[in-house]
Each structure stands twice: as C-alpha cells, then as structure tokens.
Write a protein that binds this ligand. Structure first.
Ligand SMILES: Cc1cc2nc3c(=O)[nH]c(=O)nc-3n(C[C@H](O)[C@H](O)[C@H](O)COP(=O)(O)OP(=O)(O)OC[C@H]3O[C@@H](n4cnc5c(N)ncnc54)[C@H](O)[C@@H]3O)c2cc1C
Length: 250
C-alpha cells in the first residue's frame, strides 16, 4: 500500500526554479517547511536582501505529514518540562504555544486564508488510569488553564481517563502554506526550490552555504531544516529529542 498524506490530496503545485548562480545576501533561510516559510513571512516587509532555499518542494517535508493541530495540549509536555526545569519554564512554554495559536488565527483572519481553520477542543487521555494525567491536571490548575474532565472520548477509542481544553484548532497545513508561499513570492524575498544546502562554512566573516548549483554567502543564517544538515566543529547542532534539547540548551 502506498502511504500518502491526506493534506497532499487534491493539491496542485507550481515549483519555483532552483538556484542558478552564486549569491551574496543579508539573510538566508534554509528549509521551506512551516518554520522556514513563517520566518520568511515575518521578514517579508523588511528592507533586507533575503533568500530562502528548499531542498525539495515547499511544505512537503514534515509539515505535509502532521496531524494539522494547533494546540497547546501536547501529551504530558508540561509535567515533563517541570521534571527537568520548574513551573516558570513550563508556564513560559505554555504561553509561547498559546501565543503561536493566536498568531496563526490572526494571520488566517487577516489574509482570509481558506485553510479549513476550525476551533476545536483538545483532548489528552490515557488508557490506564493515573499514569500521567493527574500531573498535567496539577500543572493546568497552577497555570490557571480551564480544563474539563471526561471518562470517555468523543471517538470510539479505549480511554480510562481524559480531559479537554478549549481555544485550540485544526487547519489544513498545506492550504495554509501554499497561500503563504504566494505572499512571499510577491515580496522581495527570493525563493529557490530543488536547492539542497550541502555544507556550512565561514568565509570572510560571513556564512557560506554550498549547493550543487551555486554558493550563497550570507550575514545572517536561519536554519529551518527540521534536522541539521551540516556537521562541523564550530557549531553544536541541537538534538531533536525534547528532553535532550532542553538539557543541552540550558
Ligand atoms: C507525525 C507528526 C505529526 C505532527 N503533528 C503536528 C501537529 O499536528 N501540529 C503541530 O504544530 N506540529 C506537529 N508536528 C510537528 C511538526 O513537525 C512541526 O509543527 C512543523 O510542521 C515542522 O516544520 P518545519 O518547518 O520545522 O519542518 P519541515 O516541514 O520538515 O520543513 C523542513 C524543510 O527543510 C527542507 N530541508 C531539509 N534539509 C534541507 C537542506 N539540506 N537544504 C534545503 N532544505 C532542506 C525539507 O525539505 C523541508 O521542507 C508533527 C510532527 C510529526 C512528525
């Protein structure tokens, strides 16, 4: 059976040309998923020479394979953060997630993006009682987040204990990103698809990104490739496991 994301169903795609020459820019964004495109969106009205390169097609990395949720409820994330840090850090993470949801809603509203945005409740649940849900409840109470206890889920799935919160949503990530891509293509930002960043170096005080089609020198570099694409001695690539990432970043 061929596995295909539901978000790619019915989507058409016009690919932008790949890089053809060496460039010298102010800001280079590497990676055109949700992170890279939204970075470009927030920079699109700035008077800098900005380029985004994407190794394949914009939005067709992990972003095209997500569950399309915009939620601050992410399993037992808050008790995990508190186990490693403390309440203040877990609360700051919660606020960042709520802010991101509000921001996404504002952007969708502002541009009237047809991306099936829908406000829905977010459930977290466990199939055996009292493994982790009570710790999340305890955090939500201290963080003053209203939640509602349930013993059943709205779908037919095994559940011993559950809770839900409000002000969360679902959306179609590819419809959203293809609209954002069009906005960026109309701005001064140059986008090159099918352009793989192969290596990262420093030359004449600037970052140097090598691709098969040409090299890009840049003053500022924003890496949004989900996983680091480079290995070298002078920069410590972050890890993608939340626990390891949190430990390394302190
Ligand atoms: C199964 C699953 C479900 C998820 N569900 C959700 C969800 O419901 N809600 C949510 O908020 N988050 C979800 N996530 C987290 C999700 O990954 C992020 O929210 C977001 O989609 C990641 O975007 P990104 O831009 O970091 O990564 P990506 O979408 O993967 O974008 C990275 C881009 O960089 C490009 N790239 C990689 N290497 C290079 C290179 N060397 N040169 C040039 N380009 C390169 C890739 O081709 C890709 O397009 C989920 C993750 C997974 C794995």
């Amino acid at each position: 059976m061929k596995q295909k994301s539901i978000w790619t169903e019915g989507m058409t795609y016009e690919i932008t040309p790949s890089l053809k020459e060496d460039l010298d820019v102010d800001i280079l964004i590497v990676g055109g998923g949700l992170a890279g495109l939204m970075t470009a969106y927030h920079l699109k009205d700035e008077k800098y020479n900005i380029v985004l390169i994407e190794k394949d097609k914009i939005g067709y990395g992990i972003t095209s394979k997500t569950t399309g949720k915009l939620t601050y409820m992410q399993g037992d994330i808050y008790s995990k953060i508190e186990d490693i840090y403390d309440f203040t850090v877990a609360k700051a993470y919660l606020e960042s997630q709520k802010y991101a949801i509000e921001k996404a809603e504002q952007i969708i509203e502002k541009h009237q993006i047809a991306c099936n945005f829908q406000k829905v409740d977010s459930y977290i649940f466990e199939t055996e009682n009292n493994k982790y849900l009570n710790k999340e409840r305890d955090f939500l109470e201290r963080a003053k987040v209203p939640y509602y206890n349930q013993k059943k889920l709205p779908i037919n799935f095994p559940c011993a204990d559950a809770l839900y919160t409000k002000n969360t949503a679902t959306f179609h990530p590819l419809k959203y990103l293809s609209f954002i891509k069009e906005l960026i293509l109309k701005s001064q930002i140059k986008v090159y698809e099918n352009t793989v960043a192969l290596d990262l170096d420093i030359k004449d005080g600037k970052y140097l990104i090598k691709t098969k089609q040409g090299n890009i020198k840049t003053t500022k570099l924003i890496i949004c490739t989900h996983y680091p694409f480079f290995r070298n001695s002078w920069i410590n690539a972050f890890k993608t496991s939340p626990r390891t990432f949190i430990r390394l970043s302190c």
